[in-house]
Design a protein around this ligand. Structure first.
Ligand SMILES: [Zn+2]
Length: 252
């Protein structure tokens, strides 16, 4: 066993590693979907111009679940605070954007003072999503990140950037006002010279707002990934070679 990761196991909680009482986790919160879409019909898909979207039955549809598992305690008491805090945080961000204010100013509000309980809870929510995205790609469980997500440590490894979602803007110009929510899957960034993975990234879009969040890894973490998790490491290398052939845009 390594210091930084535990091997991926499909039948274990992707936050604490427990095999008991496993449940599903939403890729985009049902409450957020309900707020955005209400009773409207929803379509789910990649919206990449090549694949066809399919209809989703409602905010609780299984189509919105990660296949990665989370145990009942991690999905309940351990992450409820961060889940609820994220709802309040998103409401503050939406309000700031509607007033034309820069979203990063949210951290100058006293309630989100850096290092405060509420501040950490917002980042714990993104840490949970990132752990789920890594597990969804059958990647090893990041131990420190998952411990932070469930409140076992206050050391925050997550970086966050908030901006306007370019897909929403694109759809707005093509189709007019619409409801939109999405996630960015897992993106593994690699050093252009050494080609080793340097960060795990994902994003969450709710209406016009996009949250981009990531963790960065140093040489010790990279060495462990390469040595103890060759399957995932190999997958990252293949994806890197593909990305060289077909580069992603800045927005991707
Ligand atoms: Zn758990």
């Amino acid at each position: 066993m390594g210091f930084f990761f535990e091997p991926y196991q499909a039948d274990r909680c992707c936050l604490c590693g427990s095999a008991e009482s496993l449940t599903g986790e939403h890729k985009v919160k049902a409450s957020a979907l309900r707020k955005i879409f209400g009773e409207d019909a929803m379509a789910i898909g990649s919206f990449d111009g090549t694949s066809s979207p399919r209809s989703a039955q409602g905010p609780k549809s299984r189509a919105f679940h990660f296949s990665a598992r989370i145990c009942a305690p991690c999905n309940g008491s351990h992450t409820q605070g961060p889940d609820h805090e994220f709802d309040r945080f998103h409401a503050s961000i939406s309000e700031m954007l509607s007033q034309g204010k820069a979203p990063e100013l949210v951290f100058s509000l006293p309630k989100y003072e850096v290092g405060s309980v509420r501040y950490l809870d917002v980042f714990r929510y993104f840490a949970k999503l990132l752990c789920c995205q890594v597990a969804e790609s059958r990647g090893p469980r990041p131990l420190e990140l998952s411990a932070f997500a469930v409140g076992k440590t206050d050391r925050n490894l997550v970086f966050l950037n908030i901006d306007a979602d370019p897909t929403y803007e694109d759809f707005l110009s093509r189709f007019g006002e619409h409801q939109f929510a999405g996630h960015g899957g897992l993106m593994v960034c690699a050093d252009s010279e050494s080609r080793v993975p340097t960060s795990f990234r994902s994003s969450l879009s709710l209406g016009t707002v996009r949250y981009k969040f990531w963790v960065q890894y140093d040489a010790a973490v990279q060495a462990e990934l390469q040595q103890f998790h060759p399957d995932f490491w190999g997958k990252c290398e293949v994806a890197y070679r593909e990305a060289i052939k077909v580069p992603l845009s800045d927005d991707d």
